[in-house]
Design a protein around this ligand. Structure first.
Ligand code: ZN
Length: 408
């Protein structure tokens, strides 16, 4: 009996030890295989705009089924929501000597366009036939800073025609966000009735030994003056003689520039000034004539110059006037610059169509060797103009100037 009792006791002890072993082993195995788990709230790859800024969405953590979120350490020191870039936020949790971590990528992007402020306000009025000067604008971007010099302006104000005009300003930041602003310019009054019908014939890029004599012959025949915006003539006595003849006929000589090479003349403000001053000095020396008006190659609205020096036209229109020059664009295009040998009738019709819309007309034409059809079209243009009651004039320092909108 005693033996049997002893045996049963030993069996129980073994059983208890075995049970303890199983529990301890199981517990250890549970601990061994369980790790803290971190779950990010929100996207692991997050995009935030500079305007909205970064707000930490947080995370949750668990160990087995136990919530250990309060043990999470969040390191977001790297994130700069005021600067475009990719940043990392690190989440770490330590629990029962075990560590887990996760990261979140934060992409700070810029979706805000630059803001354009128009100098002198968004609406303005100008007097008819006055010289329109764009008061300009400045622009600020939240990531690029001052982007004023990146502004481009589009639009033409023709002060010879009353009505409303629009100049549209555009600037794009380095992340492609485009800011725009529009200025309304009202040309007051009704100058069409007040201003007598007038045509200024202007010829650019000459003189030409072949075409200019034909043009002068026609002008002489009809007793009509014109304005020649000449380029460098290399001291050519034939060309000097042609210009003297034009002056004697009551024509005006304007400055187009010693060179017509855009890449050189629009390389810088000093380069441009030298190009017109050289020609002015040569004309002074060879003709005893003070040229007072220039025409920018391509017009003041040209967009080619920006390839060589961005924003140069805004500077040049001010600079040339400060240096005592007038500048004249045109408001009638004969279209003879669209190619060589443009049909005579095309030139005539283009001029008639544009001139019919207004009373004050500055016609763009050319007198290079290649513009024979321009010379051929001239008699019909003059005859038509006279019949329609236009007075033909040459530029004087008192002539109203047609200015395109600067667009660089
Ligand atoms: Zn030209």
């Amino acid at each position: 009996m005693a033996k049997e009792k002893k045996k049963s006791l030993r069996f129980r002890v073994i059983l208890i030890i075995l049970l303890i072993c199983i529990l301890a082993g199981g517990g250890y195995a549970f601990y061994y295989f369980t790790t803290p788990q971190i779950t990010l709230k929100g996207d692991a790859d997050m995009e935030v705009t500079m305007a909205d800024g970064y707000e930490e969405p947080g995370a949750e953590a668990s160990f087995s089924f136990h919530d250990i979120s309060k043990h999470i350490r969040i390191d977001a020191r790297d994130v700069n929501a005021r600067k475009v870039g990719t940043y990392t936020v690190t989440y770490t949790v330590e629990y029962m000597n075990k560590t887990a971590s996760k990261t979140r990528t934060v992409n700070v992007v810029d979706r805000e366009p630059p803001e354009i402020t128009l100098t002198d306000g968004a609406a303005m009025s100008v007097r008819p036939m006055s010289r329109f000067e764009d008061p300009g604008a400045y622009a600020y971007d939240d990531s690029d800073g001052d982007v004023t010099d990146q502004i481009t302006a589009k639009g033409v104000v023709d002060t010879s025609n009353p009505g409303d005009y629009r100049i549209r300003y555009t600037v794009t930041d380095s992340f492609g966000n485009k800011g725009t602003a529009t200025r309304k310019v009202t040309v007051e009054g009704d100058p069409v009735r007040k201003i007598k019908k007038v045509i200024y014939l202007t010829f650019d890029d000459g003189p030409s030994a072949t075409v200019t004599p034909k043009i002068l012959k026609t002008l002489e025949k009809y007793h009509v003056p014109a304005t020649f915006f000449v380029i460098g003539y290399n001291n050519d006595p034939k060309k000097i003689k042609l210009m003297k003849r034009a002056l004697k006929d009551g024509c005006a000589i304007g400055i187009h520039g010693e060179s017509h090479d855009y890449s050189k003349i629009y390389a810088s403000v000093p380069a441009f000034m030298k190009n017109i001053n050289t020609l002015r000095d040569n004309l002074q020396q060879d003709l005893g004539y003070d040229a007072f008006v220039i025409r920018f190659p391509g017009g003041s609205s040209n967009t080619v110059s920006r390839e060589y020096s961005k924003g140069i036209m805004s500077k040049l229109v001010k600079k040339v006037q400060r240096n005592g020059y007038l500048y004249n664009d045109w408001n009638v295009d004969s279209t003879d610059a669209t190619g060589n040998g443009i049909a005579v009738n095309t030139i005539i019709q283009s001029v008639k169509r544009d001139c019919s819309k207004k009373n004050y007309n500055v016609i763009l034409m050319h007198d290079t060797d290649a513009k024979g059809t321009t010379a051929q079209a001239l008699p019909a243009i003059i005859k038509w103009g006279k019949k329609e009651g236009y007075k033909f004039k040459a530029m004087t320092p008192h002539s109203p100037m047609v200015h395109h909108g600067v667009n660089n």
